[in-house]
Design a protein around this ligand. Structure first.
Ligand SMILES: Nc1ncnc2c1ncn2[C@@H]1O[C@H](COP(=O)(O)OP(=O)(O)OP(=O)(O)O)[C@@H](O)[C@H]1O
Ligand SMILES: [Mg+2]
Length: 302
């Protein structure tokens, strides 16, 4: 676990650099719009593929004979994630209204009666031994949850995962608890300068299993490990998207004209000639006004 936490911290540092780059963030947000809708909805049982989800979101196209509901869930999730991005920019703590408005987007046009509303009925999760709090209690547990979120100002991804577990254990809605919980954890991560957690559909069984185990035993260690591993994987995906070749300090060293000529295997006079006719240009200058060339420019000479 210690090793995992160390890796988590390392990756977070790299992620904060990406988040600071507006251009990269634009690319990522577009990509995440489909990726999060596809993965989170697939966990919940939506039958659209990643490609079909993208068609629904990006081109507003329905897909063959797939249920209207699946299509709505895709566009709803995209809208909900846009809302999460908006909410992540404000500087206040997450509120009950934030959560209700995310949920409202999730069930928009699917269950108008209960979208954006806490449940008034008992729920049980099929196949689960856990008893969910009765509906009257939800109205007490939710403010308590928000208070807990706010109480300790310090942030860690670990705390975001703990929030996800607390939230799904209150299970405040008739339906859409999982999708809302996965957006909530991402709202918390984004608010703190990080990027979203992606839980892969293929990990659904484990995800559910470790939630249930944590609820039944109060031991969250396997749940934590699962979430941290999933988060490191998510961050690796983001880092990989922008992974340029690691610059080799040695080969990227800038050269003065004599060094450059030597590396290129031509006399300095030849370089000066190329400079005159505009075939090459120095990429920088020293403080003393010496021209500097990059080793990459040798191919321009050859
Ligand atoms: N003991 C449990 N077993 C399984 N899931 C649980 C349990 N406790 C909480 N959950 C959460 O409940 C979610 C399912 O609830 P619900 O059907 O309301 O959400 P959903 O968004 O419609 O579906 P899904 O969560 O499958 O996406 C699971 O994804 C999980 O996050
Ligand atoms: Mg459901």
């Amino acid at each position: 676990m210690l090793k995992l936490l160390k890796e988590l911290t390392e990756k977070e540092k790299q992620i904060r650099l990406i988040v600071g780059d507006a251009q990269k963030m634009k690319v990522l947000q577009d990509w995440l719009l489909t990726e999060l809708a596809y993965t989170s909805n697939a966990i919940e049982g939506n039958t659209l593929s990643r490609k079909e989800t993208n068609m629904a979101i990006a081109q507003n196209r329905t897909i063959g004979s797939k249920p209207i509901k699946d299509y709505l869930e895709a566009t709803n999730h995209a809208d909900a994630f846009k809302l999460v991005l908006e909410l992540s920019k404000n500087n206040r703590a997450v509120t009950e209204d934030d959560i209700l408005s995310i949920h409202k987007q999730i069930l928009k046009g699917i269950d108008e009666e209960f979208s954006g509303r806490y449940r008034t009925v008992r729920v049980r999760i099929s196949g689960s031994h856990v008893i969910m709090p009765n509906p009257a209690k939800v109205y007490k547990l939710m403010p308590e949850f928000i208070k807990w979120l706010k109480a300790d100002k310090s942030f860690s991804a670990h705390k975001a995962f703990a929030a996800h577990l607390k939230f799904v254990s209150i299970h405040p809605f008739v339906d859409g608890n999982g999708r809302t919980a996965r957006l909530l954890v991402n709202l918390i991560l984004l608010k703190n300068g990080l990027l979203p957690l992606i839980i892969r559909p293929r990990d659904r069984k484990q995800y559910i299993y470790y939630i249930e185990e944590a609820q039944l035993t109060q031991d969250t260690s396997k749940y934590d490990k699962f979430m941290i591993t999933a988060y490191i994987r998510s961050m690796n995906t983001y880092i990989g998207m922008f992974d340029e070749k690691v610059p080799d300090i040695q080969t990227n060293r800038l050269l003065k004209i004599s060094e450059f000529a030597k590396e290129a295997g031509v006399p300095v006079s030849t370089i000066r000639y190329y400079l005159r006719i505009g075939k090459i240009k120095p990429i920088s200058k020293t403080d003393g006004d010496y021209m500097l060339f990059s080793i990459d420019q040798i191919k321009d000479i050859k």
